[in-house]
Design a protein around this ligand. Structure first.
Ligand SMILES: [Zn+2]
Length: 214
């Protein structure tokens, strides 16, 4: 369970596990593990919630991970976006352009919540190998592919759903950087993954392709 409450104006994004006091989220909190991200190794799978906060361009928010894990829900960011929209958050033009290529398909985002519905996907053999990492996962939480066809999760929700989900994960992994303020610039990724997303963001900031808005 995650308790999401509006933050104090100017406080940025903050997070806590269990009953601990809220602390500001920082880039150092981005600690990827195989197949998922964590915050500081203590709150797992925050990436789809963080992607929703990036897409809705939220400035100040408090996240309490009651049991150290964000629920997988339907494997996308759509439930988070719906809940945040119901609470009054609306997307604003972010000043950020993100292009992601995955297995030769390129998708682009420059605002709005379009990528929200793209679900987690995994290859059937890989799914068996990593099943123990997601004890709460059920069939339907992810699109499982075998030999090019979808095994679980029904039909794709959108064209190029895997590429859109990769873009969604890039947005989520941007969260610990977005936490302290709005980012502007452009991001280009080819076959991105949680393991490399942090390093490439840090490089883009050093190179000036990405910067915090004044
Ligand atoms: Zn994901």
């Amino acid at each position: 369970m995650v308790i999401v409450t509006p933050g104090r104006a100017g406080a940025g994004w903050r997070w806590a596990v269990g009953g601990k006091p809220m602390r500001p989220m920082t880039p150092e909190d981005h600690v990827p593990l195989p197949h998922r991200s964590t915050l500081g190794g203590r709150a797992t799978m925050p990436e789809h919630l963080l992607a929703a906060l990036v897409m809705l361009d939220v400035d100040d928010i408090d996240l309490r991970f009651a049991h150290g894990e964000a629920p997988l829900l339907d494997g996308s960011a759509l439930p988070w976006v719906r809940a945040l929209r119901a609470a009054g958050f609306r997307p604003k033009p972010p000043g950020l352009q993100v292009d992601v290529s995955f297995h030769g398909t390129t998708v682009s985002w420059s605002g709005g919540t379009g990528p929200a519905g793209a679900r987690t996907f995994i290859d059937a053999d890989e799914a068996r190998a990593v099943r123990h990492l997601f004890p709460g996962a059920r069939p339907g939480d992810a699109v499982v592919f075998r030999d090019g066809g979808a095994l679980y999760g029904g039909r794709p929700r959108m064209a190029d759903e895997p590429a859109w989900h990769k873009l969604l994960d890039v947005l989520g992994d941007l969260g610990p950087w977005r936490a302290r303020g709005r980012l502007t610039g452009s991001i280009e990724r080819i076959d991105p993954g949680h393991a490399s997303n942090g390093e490439t963001l840090a490089r883009d900031l050093r190179d000036g392709r990405l910067h915090w808005a004044p």
